[in-house]
Design a protein around this ligand. Structure first.
Ligand code: 5AD
Ligand code: FES
Length: 351
């Protein structure tokens, strides 16, 4: 086996490692190696995106969910979750506020909530498309049929986020009830790409039972899918879930995985996630310094923010949209980057 440093060089040159090489690299990482990786990651981040960090306005529009994922605070079995849905008017108001603050991407995220029928969702997307023709509309509303995705695309949605959570099917079963499968998740992602969505996937780092071999499979899956965006964040326990007593994911491993992703697919849109900012006060800054180039400040009305509690101690639940935007601008400036408010499409430039 090549040395750790030459594996990083190989990844940079060929964007390809074998499963054994991934496992070796991930399980033998150390601080010095991570610095070597992050330097290269920042090189490619600057090459494609300069010092611009794209901001996407996140609107958490429903916390009802028919699924029962063991890690998630809004799972249907959590009787203590205080459920809410935003009306179409509420959502359009979030967009209006966001647009005024300069946001040109809206991410509509919610649980898998049947109250929002296909018709309601299409009409919502159409209204946003009509009101904000210069904005990208991103949906993050879970697993649906290809036909449903197709119609949402036709209604005007441009992007879709659906994390695969873990690419290993037995690990997937450890995290989800039997009615959900890794195969179906992956199928949904392929459908989204085929339809023409800018597609985002991702996984949790340090979820219960996760090994370096699972992370290796995540990297192989992502290499094969070639998504436009990959969102990764540490697993953070939620007190009202079966995983309440499990340990949280490590900041250090999350950063290392961000660096590896930047090197494997150098044009990726890579968010420094809220979960990372939750377990480390400088988590998002460190994420950017490891190769991330997207942040997703919250545009949800403050009245509902605390209720969209996927995990404990989630940050930004008390802050107005404008405060989050200012806060992130300041944070990015403090490390030599600039918050960019334009659409921030996947970089199409030739290598
Ligand atoms: N810790 C960290 N991330 C979580 N998510 C859900 N629950 C948790 C948790 N307890 C992530 C999942 C999901 C995304 C919206 O939030 O990866 O896809
Ligand atoms: Fe929301 Fe800092 S980003 S308060």
């Amino acid at each position: 086996m090549d040395s750790l440093y030459s594996l990083i060089d190989k990844l940079e040159e060929t964007s390809h490692l074998t499963k054994e090489e991934w496992v070796f690299l991930i399980s033998n990482r150390n601080g010095e190696l991570a610095e070597y990786l992050f330097q290269k990651a920042r090189h490619w981040q600057h090459h494609y995106y300069g010092n611009q960090i794209y901001a996407r306005g996140l609107i958490e529009f429903t916390n009802y969910c028919k699924n029962d994922c063991y890690y998630c605070g809004i799972r249907r079995s959590n009787q203590n979750a205080d459920r809410y849905r935003l009306s179409k008017e509420d959502i359009l108001e979030c967009c209006q506020i966001g647009h005024g603050l300069g946001f040109r991407t809206f991410v509509l995220q919610g649980g898998e909530d049947g109250w929002f029928t296909q018709e309601k969702l299409e009409s919502l997307v159409e209204s946003i498309r009509k009101g904000y023709p210069d904005c990208a509309i991103t949906l993050s509303i879970g697993e649906r049929t290809k036909e449903s995705y197709q119609r949402l695309f036709q209604a005007g949605a441009d992007r879709y986020l659906l994390r695969h959570e873990t690419a290993d099917s037995s690990h997937y079963r450890r995290l989800h009830p039997p009615e959900l499968s890794s195969e179906n998740r992956k199928q949904c992602l392929r459908h989204l790409k085929e339809i023409g969505f800018q597609t985002g996937t991702g996984f949790m780092v340090g979820s219960p039972g996760q090994t370096a071999a699972h992370l290796a499979e995540d990297m192989l899956f992502i290499r094969e899918l070639e998504p436009h965006m990959v969102g990764i964040g540490p697993f953070v326990p939620h007190h009202d879930t079966p995983f309440a007593q499990e340990a949280q994911g490590a900041v250090e491993l999350t950063l290392f995985m961000i660096g590896l992703l930047r090197l494997m697919l150098p044009k990726l849109l890579l968010p420094a996630t809220t979960a990372l900012g939750t377990i480390d006060p400088l988590g998002r800054e460190k994420g950017v310094q490891a190769g991330a180039n997207v942040v997703m400040p919250n545009l949800s009305p403050t009245s509902v923010r605390k209720k969209y509690e996927l995990y404990d101690n989630k940050i930004c639940t008390g802050d107005e949209a404008a405060e989050c935007r200012m806060c992130l601008s300041r944070r990015m400036q403090s490390i030599g980057y600039e918050l960019a408010v334009d659409r921030g499409d996947f970089c199409m430039a030739a290598p």
